[in-house]
Design a binder for this molecule. Structure first.
Ligand code: FAD
Length: 472
């Protein structure tokens, strides 16, 4: 018999059999709907599966951060997190059988791989007469729930955001580490895998875990939320929240942030809510079109001419290393290497440069971002890239080609951002840093000359995009 918990979630069977709580992108104990669904004080085993199919392409920053989150979660559960390496389709049913669990509780995953994996796990569990219970998701509103009046799904952000706000979201779930009666993994006959502690990262990464997420959020709200609407576009200032990585791994749920913002009417709070809506929007779009993770959302862009061969490889390497000769692009690419994170404005500038100045395929850049970003998220990343490339839903107009010098002068007006990440330019004062080739003595020693002529490549990009339009 399922019982209501009073929170709108369905509670667990009220018999003695334990449940399995399978953590994935929800590495926290507060605001955990899966705990509510399992039912307070239920005997439960906490499980995380180290799945190489997700870990291998993640890159060192994300691996390092994930392992830190797992240690933090284990501490919150008094050392009762069971970590097992393997294929979840094999591991989860095996562990469930071992403890005699009737049900396995998860927050729903909406990525293409996650959905397929969960369906496969569910098939095996069903054969064993066990249930996979999905409660909540990593989003304020789960993909597929925001619908237009005629029941359709949105392809354009602004109407999505309106409907999203009208739809609303649940209040945070009132849970903590002691909500369930955790089974000691040492009593379970399954070989545990130690959480790896040998990942080498050169980037200086944020502190993993739930307490760090809370601390980061509180300091952002206190120091920068009020000015966020303007401050968010300035890479030279610490005006954004840097919550993306904590949202990615579920160290905090987006619902908690929205609840904190609920009473705030400032332009900063409105603007921040809107950015969170982008995150939900892109997850919804990816759910509608899983193929858009790898291919153009707008397939008419399949005919866009892009570079290949040794010259393309040379330009791609210069871009990855932050040696294009365009200071704001180079600063962004070096910030990515140094911190595993890049400011949103500069993500747009560097992406535009790759696609429209270097004429390289957006998915080359997207793959590099996914490997290097600590917040690398398939939905936000692939669609952020396609927005810039013009091939996505609700994309930037194809004729918008960011001018890296003007972007630098506008959003890094004193040149501080560039000087922070490009030491060769540290002695160039003021805005002149955005045009080192125009300095009286030319670019400082060690800093490269521009790899392309922006004006010429802009015209070339417009020709190539025009050809796509004509071919439609
Ligand atoms: P804030 O400005 O503080 O924003 C608050 C939150 O809103 C973010 O943490 C994020 O969850 C969400 N958000 C803000 N802007 C966007 C956006 N454009 N799309 C989706 N969500 C948004 N974001 C990722 O989380 N992972 C990625 O892999 C990723 N790749 C991107 C690639 C490109 C080419 C572009 C243009 C954008 C990408 N973004 C990605 C979106 C955005 O750049 C980051 O979310 C943001 O820079 C994270 O920093 P923050 O937390 O300080 O942002």
């Amino acid at each position: 018999m399922a019982a209501s918990t009073g929170h709108g979630y369905v509670g667990a069977d009220m018999d003695d059999s334990p449940v399995l709580v399978w953590f994935r992108r929800d590495l926290r104990v507060t605001d955990q709907p899966t705990f509510l669904a399992a039912g307070q004080n239920t005997r439960a085993l906490a499980l995380f599966v180290l799945d190489q199919r997700l870990l291998a392409p993640a890159g060192a920053p994300r691996q390092w951060f994930l392992y830190g989150c797992l240690r933090d979660l284990d501490e919150s559960l008094d050392g009762r997190l069971l970590v097992v390496e393997g294929d979840p389709v094999e591991v989860v049913p095996r562990v469930a059988r071992e403890i005699g669990a009737d049900s396995v509780h998860i927050a729903a995953d909406f990525g293409p791989y996650g959905q397929a994996r969960d369906r496969a796990v569910e098939r095996v569990l069903t054969e064993q007469d066990r249930e996979l219970v999905r409660t909540g998701s990593p989003y304020a509103v789960a993909p597929g729930r925001v619908r237009s009046a005629d029941g359709g799904r949105y392809r354009v952000f602004t109407p999505f955001r309106r409907a999203w706000a009208e739809h609303g979201w649940r209040a945070p779930a009132d849970t903590d580490g002691g909500y369930l009666d955790w089974i000691d993994p040492g009593t379970v006959k399954v070989e545990a895998t130690p959480v790896p502690d040998d990942v080498t990262v050169t980037a200086e990464l944020p502190e993993p875990g739930e307490a760090a997420a809370r601390k980061r959020w509180e300091s952002f709200v206190h120091d920068h939320l009020l000015d966020y609407a303007d401050g968010r576009d300035r890479p030279d200032q610490p005006g954004t929240s840097r919550m993306s990585v904590y949202l990615k791994y579920g160290c905090v749920h987006v619902r908690t942030l929205l609840a904190d913002l609920a009473a705030k009417r400032s332009a900063g709070a409105q603007s921040f809510r809107s950015e969170l809506a982008w995150r939900d929007f892109y997850a919804d779009v990816l759910d509608q079109r899983p193929d858009s993770a790898r291919r153009n959302y707008d397939r008419s862009y399949d005919v866009l001419k892009t570079g290949s061969g040794p010259e393309a490889d040379r330009l791609f390497t210069a871009w990855k290393e932050g040696r294009t000769g365009f200071p704001v692009v180079d600063a962004g690419m070096r910030q990515l290497l140094a911190e595993g994170w890049m400011h949103n404005r500069v993500r747009m500038i560097t992406a535009s440069f790759l696609v429209k100045d270097l004429h390289l395929p957006w998915w080359w850049g997207a793959k590099h971002f996914m490997r290097s970003l600590v917040d690398g998220d398939l939905a936000s990343n692939q669609h952020g890239w396609q927005w810039v490339a013009g091939s996505g839903t609700d994309a930037a107009p194809f004729f918008r080609v960011f001018n890296p010098v003007l972007q630098g002068e506008r959003f890094d007006p004193n040149g501080d951002y560039v000087r922070t990440y490009v030491p060769e330019l540290a002695d160039v004062t003021g805005q002149a840093v955005h045009k080192p080739w125009a300095l009286p003595d030319g670019p400082p020693a060690g800093y490269p000359a521009p790899v392309v002529d922006h004006k010429r490549e802009r015209a070339e990009a417009l020709d190539r995009y025009e050809a796509v339009r004509e071919a439609r």
